[in-house]
Design a protein around this ligand. Sequence first.
Ligand SMILES: [Fe+2]
Length: 310
Amino acid sequence: MGNTDSALAAATIQIEAARAEKAKRPTIAGFFDEATFTISYVVHDPATNEAAIIDSVLDYESASGRTSHGSADRIVEYVTLNNLKVTWLIETHAHADHISAAPYLQEKLGGKLAIGKEIIRVQDVFGKLFNAGTDFERDGSQFDHLFADGETFKVGTLDGIALHVPGHTPADMAFIIGDAAFVGDTIFMPDFGTARADFPGGDARQLFQSIRRLLSLPEATRLFLCHDYKAPGRDDYAWETTVGQQRRENVHVKDGVTEDEFVKMRTTRDATLAMPNLIMPSVQVNIRGGRLPDPEDNGVSYIKIPVNAV
Ligand SMILES: [Fe+2]
């Protein structure tokens, strides 16, 4: 990043242009999955109907090991109903709390499957943890595209730019399309705070720096979150906020909170959190681009659970 953050400067120019001209702003639909508190997004260009799907969810019943497609089919229905052409299937990171439905959606709707290029580090860490054999490539080749920090892309005529925002995992990315930033697991609603930073490869100090980087975008930037858990005293789920609101109100990282204060708070809080219910299936499948491990000779895929290793 350094002193001159050219990716951030480019993102700022893009957002200001989109604030000034409606045609440069996307239409956004959020789909909330109450089982995992995840929000998936369909983001499209009203001029061309080209669309990106961000962070989709495959339903998974851990007791029986059964997958199903209720959540993904709601997205298929929306895309079909609105005549959208899916060009991107984007993951903000390798999620630890739900399995991605990207391969299922790709088969139904098309689009290129993309994630941040640091996924290779996550594949390395979890490839070792799950003792995956040499048939599990740790080079990101399960994805169609790996985004680098500052890389630009298009959704129809809309401008997009990717920012590397590590901390929750080493590979987290935020994707800014027009004036809307899809920030993955960095910041949550102002009354809830921030994402945890204690998964393998996570780092609270890095997370703080990534969040402050996002919060130096223009105040009017719309932020769309990956999760909402409701905060005590709030009755409804919410997932849209702005840079300005976060800087004024975020209970963990509003303006004035120092890096050391944040790291102390985050580390203390993370020590009290249980692992997500679906961490083992999620990580194992998501590092493979959302595909189940290869079936064994009886045709069945298996999810492994490392015992006493995490
Ligand atoms: Fe996550």
